[in-house]
Write a protein that binds this ligand. Structure first.
Ligand SMILES: CC(C)(COP(=O)(O)OP(=O)(O)OC[C@H]1O[C@@H](n2cnc3c(N)ncnc32)[C@H](O)[C@@H]1OP(=O)(O)O)[C@@H](O)C(=O)NCCC(=O)NCCS
Length: 160
């Protein structure tokens, strides 16, 4: 009997960037971040924070935040196709929420394509509420952006 490899969430390193850029091309073929974009994003730390999921020595997903004070923004979140439907998206989202709360954010915001049913369900299931829609925001196709927000419990509120 084989068992699934353990999954670890850790901070992204410079040495991950080539693999992250390759995953982007697979997952977001229309608007993938290049390796240069990834370098720029990582250079934006500590305001930016990127996490990767590692399983069996390979990257299984990644996610990132912009720490903007009271409101943090989700920059990206993705799971490799072969590992979807196994709770890893939720694990990444919860990791971002914890990272945002740890820096004092009271809210986490994101934008998602209105035609991305899996991501919309992940965020709704995770307690995000729809704030507004940006009509025709994503190109090509003029697809709406759904703007969502979640109130984060103050750090330590659940520890009692
Ligand atoms: C969106 C994405 C991150 C979800 O990752 P995942 O690991 O498959 O999600 P999980 O297994 O953690 O699922 C968590 C919840 O999301 C919802 N969900 C996930 N995939 C879904 C799907 N294909 N259809 C409907 N709901 C889905 C479910 O409500 C699920 O909760 P449940 O199991 O309690 O019902 C993944 O599909 C992905 O990487 N997509 C491509 C990149 C992308 O679109 N990123 C988001 C950009 S805003």
């Amino acid at each position: 009997m084989t068992s699934a490899p353990a999954v670890t969430v850790r901070a992204a390193h410079w040495s991950d960037l080539r693999a992250l850029a390759a995953l982007e091309t697979r997952i977001f073929p229309d608007d993938a971040w290049t390796e240069a974009s990834w370098w720029a994003e990582l250079a934006g730390r500590p305001r930016r924070e990127y996490l990767v999921l590692e399983a069996g020595g390979a990257l299984a997903g990644y996610a990132g935040l912009d720490h903007g004070g009271e409101v943090a923004d989700v920059m990206t979140l993705a799971v490799v196709p072969q590992r979807r439907g196994d709770g890893l998206g939720r694990l990444l989202l919860e990791s971002l929420e914890a990272a945002a709360a740890a820096r004092g954010a009271g809210h986490l915001m994101l934008e998602v394509r209105a035609d991305n049913a899996a991501a919309l369900a992940l965020y709704a299931r995770g307690g995000f509420e729809v704030l507004t829609r940006r009509r025709g925001y994503y190109h090509p196709g003029a697809v709406d952006a759904v703007v969502m927000r979640k109130h984060l419990a103050p750090k330590g509120a659940d520890d009692a």
